[in-house]
Design a protein around this ligand. Structure first.
Ligand code: R5P
Length: 265
């Protein structure tokens, strides 16, 4: 049997039969506390996991609030230890062992890299060493890419592509990036074939804009979304997931999915 079997099998629990993933991100509390929408994470998980392919969260919420039913892929975040009121939100390091992640039946582990910050060296190095360790167990690694504080850089495809390529070079199996309107295909190309999923960022005013971002990202080659706030801060999170699923998995256009689940504009 191939030595890649474990990794392939785990990835197949994250990416569905169409090769895409609707990943629900619920890891925000580790740095931002009980923000609006995830005050009661157990209720959010119970309500929304039937509509997702995978979930991304920390070990405490996984163990205490998630009732296993075997149908969603589990992406366990294993980096953190910085908060919104601390000195530096980017001063993350690995917080959980690979053994613990395996005990918790994670299908992948996630760690952040903070490119363009004083912590880029330590976070990139940790990603690389984590990839080496996880390779032994066939455990995929998701790299969460972030670009410093500079607002312009955060939406500049050159910086996003840089962070994505760095993650790919270090051995990541899945890369999460932010979407940008210009040249997003260049950001996808930078991954050298490693699957890309996009984060949603802060809640947007327009549902249609969320769906259009997902549509454009997938058209540019992304394999899914890893979204949190635009789902669980929305008053209709189930409808949001259903609409995202149609756009991402079935290639239905954003306008059509919007009309179906949210009525006419
Ligand atoms: C970012 O590093 C967080 O870990 C979130 O998982 C990520 O930003 C996705 O959530 P959102 O769609 O709310 O941005």
């Amino acid at each position: 049997m191939s030595e890649l079997f474990g990794k392939k099998n785990r990835l197949s629990r994250i990416f569905n039969k169409s090769g895409k993933s609707i990943m629900l991100a619920l890891d925000h509390g580790m740095a931002l506390g009980p923000m609006q929408g995830i005050e009661r994470p157990g209720e959010v998980l119970k309500k929304l996991t039937p509509y997702t392919d995978s979930i991304m969260l920390n070990k405490g919420i996984l163990q205490n609030c998630y009732v296993p039913d075997g149908h969603v892929g589990i992406v366990l975040r294993i980096s953190g230890a910085a908060t919104i009121v601390g000195e530096d939100l980017t001063r993350e390091s690995i917080t959980t062992t690979v053994t613990e992640a395996l005990r918790l039946s994670a299908d992948a582990v996630a760690t952040s890299i903070y490119v363009g910050t004083p912590n880029e060296h330590s976070t990139i190095r940790e990603l690389s060493l984590l990839c080496d360790e996880c390779e032994t167990y066939g455990l995929p690694v998701l790299a969460v890419t972030a670009i410093g504080k500079d607002r312009e850089r955060k939406t500049d495809p050159r910086y996003l592509a840089l962070a994505v390529r760095v993650a790919a070079e270090m051995g990541a199996d899945i890369i999460k990036t932010y979407y940008c309107d210009e040249n997003f295909e260049k950001v996808v190309e930078a991954s050298a074939g490693v699957p890309i999923v996009i984060a949603g960022g802060p809640k947007m005013d327009s549902v249609l804009d969320v769906l259009k971002i997902a549509e454009n990202a997938v058209k540019a080659g992304a394999l899914g979304v890893d979204m949190g706030r635009n789902v669980w801060q929305h008053e209709k999170p189930v409808e949001m997931l259903l609409a995202l699923k149609e756009v991402v998995n079935e290639g239905i256009n954003a306008e059509e999915a919007y009309s179906k689940h949210f009525g006419r504009k």
